[in-house]
Design a binder for this molecule. Structure first.
Ligand SMILES: O=C(O)c1cc(=O)[nH]c(=O)n1[C@@H]1O[C@H](COP(=O)(O)O)[C@@H](O)[C@H]1O
Length: 273
C-alpha cells in the first residue's frame, strides 16, 4: 500500500484505529465452534462489524500458528478477505520476525508476497542485515519494535549505553538504513511519556501503538505526545474490541467499542488538514 492511501483513510474515517485479531478458540463465543473454520468465522464477523471505524487490522500470527496448518489457513483466509473486501485498509502481520539476511528475506516473501500483507512487525536485535531484506519490498512497510508496551521493556530497551538509551540508539541507527522511509515503529501506549523524545528522532514515521485497553495505556497521552501532521499513529486494541462480549452479540459489542474509540480519536484528528 502507498502511504498516501493510509493517510487518506485516516482523514476520511477520522480514525487511527487498528483492530488486533488475536483470535483465541478458548475465548470466542461457543456457538462459533460448530463452524467449519471458527477462527475465520469470528474474524469475518469482527471485520464486517468494525471496518467503518478502522484503518488497520493486525492479526497476531501466534494465535494462528498455535493451531498448526489449520490456523495458518485461517490466517490466509482472513488476509484474503481483507484484501478483497477492503483493499484500502492497512494490514499488519504481527509476527515479530528478524534473522540473518537470507532467512529474513524468506520471512519477507512469506508475509508480503505469499500472504499479501502490507506490513510485518520485526524485532531489531539482530541489526541492519536482519531488517534490510524486509525494506527491499516496494510499497510494503516494516514495523520495528522500538519501545514495547510490556514490563520487560525496561530490561534492555531503556538501559543507557554510552550516554543514550538503547531504544533511542536503535531508532536513530535504523534511520540510516537503505529504504528507511519504509520503516514504522512500535511504541507501547504504556510508554506514552517517551513519545515526545521519539518524535524528535523520527518526526515523520508512523508509530504502531499497542497497549490501550487491556494493558492500561492512555489514548489521549498518545495523541498529545505522538501525533504528527499525518496523524502518524496507528493505535491498536485487540482484546478490548474483539472480546467486548463473548456471547452471541460479540460482533455488535466489538462495533460499539470500535466506534467509541474512533469517536475519541476523531476529537484529536479534527486538527488534521
Ligand atoms: O507488536 C505489537 O503489536 C505489540 C508490541 C508491544 O510492545 N506490545 C503489544 O502488546 N503488542 C501486541 O499488541 C497486541 C495487544 O493486545 P491487547 O493488549 O489485547 O490490546 C498483542 O497482539 C501484542 O502482541
Amino acid at each position: 500500500m502507498n502511504i498516501n492511501t493510509l493517510v487518506e483513510q485516516i482523514k476520511k474515517k477520522q480514525s487511527v484505529l487498528c483492530v488486533g485479531l488475536d483470535t483465541d478458540l478458548d475465548k470466542i463465543p461457543k456457538h462459533l465452534l460448530k463452524e467449519e473454520d471458527p477462527i475465520f468465522a469470528f474474524n469475518k464477523a469482527i471485520i464486517d462489524a468494525t471496518h467503518s471505524f478502522t484503518v488497520a487490522y493486525k492479526p497476531n500470527t501466534a494465535f494462528y500458528e498455535a493451531y498448526g496448518l489449520k490456523g495458518w489457513e485461517s490466517l490466509e483466509k482472513t488476509i484474503n478477505y481483507l484484501n478483497e473486501k477492503h483493499p484500502d485498509i492497512f494490514t499488519i502481520a504481527d509476527a515479530k520476525r528478524g534473522d540473518i539476511g537470507n532467512t529474513s528475506s524468506r520471512y519477507a516473501k512469506a508475509f508480503f508476497e505469499d500472504l499479501g500483507f502490507d506490513s510485518v512487525t520485526t524485532a531489531p536485535y539482530m541489526g541492519k542485515d536482519s531488517i534490510e531484506p524486509f525494506l527491499a519490498f516496494e510499497e510494503k512497510f516494516t514495523i520495528m519494535l522500538a519501545l514495547t508496551s510490556n514490563p520487560g521493556a525496561f530490561d534492555f530497551q531503556t538501559q543507557t549505553i554510552e550516554g543514550t538509551e538503547l531504544y533511542k540508539k536503535v531508532i536513530a541507527t535504523s534511520t540510516t538504513w537503505e529504504h528507511s522511509e519504509r520503516l514504522m515503529y512500535v511504541v507501547g501506549a504504556t510508554k506514552a511519556e517517551y513519545l515526545a523524545e521519539i518524535r524528535n528522532i523520527i518526526p515523520n514515521a508512523f508509530l504502531l501503538v499497542p497497549g490501550v485497553g487491556a494493558q492500561g495505556g492512555s489514548m489521549d497521552e498518545v495523541f498529545k505526545y505522538g501525533m504528527n501532521s499525518n496523524a502518524g499513529l496507528l493505535i491498536n486494541s485487540s482484546r478490548g474490541i474483539i472480546y467486548a462480549s463473548t456471547s452471541e452479540d460479540f460482533a455488535q459489542a466489538a462495533a460499539t467499542e470500535a466506534e467509541r474509540l474512533q469517536k475519541q480519536m476523531a476529537s484529536h484528528l479534527a486538527k488534521l488538514s
